[in-house]
Design a binder for this molecule. Sequence first.
Ligand SMILES: [Zn+2]
Length: 115
Amino acid sequence: MHEYSIIQSLLDRAEGVATEHGATGIHRLKVRIGELSGVEIPLLASAFEVFRKGSLCSAADLEIEAVPARWVCPRCGRTFHRGEFLRCGECGVPARLEEGDEIILARVEMEVPDV
Ligand SMILES: [Zn+2]
């Protein structure tokens, strides 16, 4: 399943960050998932339940922020949303996708032992 490989790579990155900081565990992960990314958020959450076991994230909360798709006109900066005609009526140019297709590890909160 698509979501399994995504959560695996998010966990790998989170563990990489935690290891760099000498952390012993991860409290909380925040990810941003664009609505055009093709990721099913409930599937991602259940994949996390499977993959967290035995990782530094075994006790972590997963926070998933769904990011709505947003387009802008590259000339005038007007914003367009899903379902709108994606061409600027003022400038006559196609709107450009600004956000909504991302899969981002936004934040890793971890436990770092006092030195
Ligand atoms: Zn425009």
